[in-house]
Design a protein around this ligand. Structure first.
Ligand SMILES: N[C@@H](CCC(=O)N[C@@H](CS)C(=O)NCC(=O)O)C(=O)O
Length: 190
């Protein structure tokens, strides 16, 4: 199994954590913008090759990895909804980040402002929820929680936001940082 990606991508990180948790044998190929544009129609990382199988999105990769290990991908619909919401925020945050690099900002384009509002509102909603409460699964954190952790950690790493106004989210990240598979895949270690 060959996973293609970067050490800084939060989407790739979630896949790496699932592969480590399930003790799946895999190799990791560092992939830059040019290579992902050539090797995947989505032009994004991660993507995965396994024999003849080609997967082009972190969600299908996670489903594949969890299924192969006989683990449920989502224990309940609320966790799945959290995963989807955080994914939306993460897509927006990456787009805003990449657009800013090309000089497009929330001040100049209304749709970029909407992306920023989406990120802020989702962060606030996550702050208002309880996290890292007892979860009955084979690992300490569910996929909805891991998604949130990967997003928050990436935002801090890229200085897209800080958690001063979000004490519960800060406490949640601190707790996740004590989880070895999370700590081992920290973008600061790349
Ligand atoms: N829906 C995709 C999103 C992946 C994604 O946005 N990856 C970023 C890196 S963090 C990327 O490759 N972006 C390149 C681009 O937008 O062209 C997934 O879940 O795998």
């Amino acid at each position: 199994m060959e996973l293609f990606g970067s050490y800084t991508s939060p989407f790739v990180r979630h896949c790496r954590i699932a592969l480590l948790e399930t003790k799946t044998k895999f190799s990791f190929t560092e992939t830059d913008f040019e290579t992902s544009a050539k090797l995947s129609p989505a032009k994004k990382v991660p993507f995965l090759h396994h024999n003849d199988l080609r997967l082009h999105d972190s969600t299908s990769i996670l489903k594949y990895v969890r299924d192969k290990a006989d683990e449920r991908f989502f224990a309940d619909v609320k966790d799945f909804d959290q995963y989807c919401l955080v994914n939306t925020a993460m897509d927006s945050a990456i787009n805003v980040f990449l657009l800013e690099r090309e000089g497009v900002t929330a001040d100049s384009v209304k749709y970029v402002k909407r992306q920023q509002q989406r990120i802020n509102d989702i962060l606030q909603l996550m702050e208002d929820k309880e996290h890292a409460v007892a979860y009955e699964g084979p690992h300490p954190f569910s996929d909805g929680e891991l998604r949130l952790g990967c997003f928050l950690s990436w935002g801090l790493f890229r200085e897209r936001f800080n958690l001063d106004k979000y004490p519960r989210l800060q406490a949640f990240v601190d707790k996740l940082n004590d989880y070895p598979y999370f700590a081992d895949t920290d973008p600061n270690r790349s």
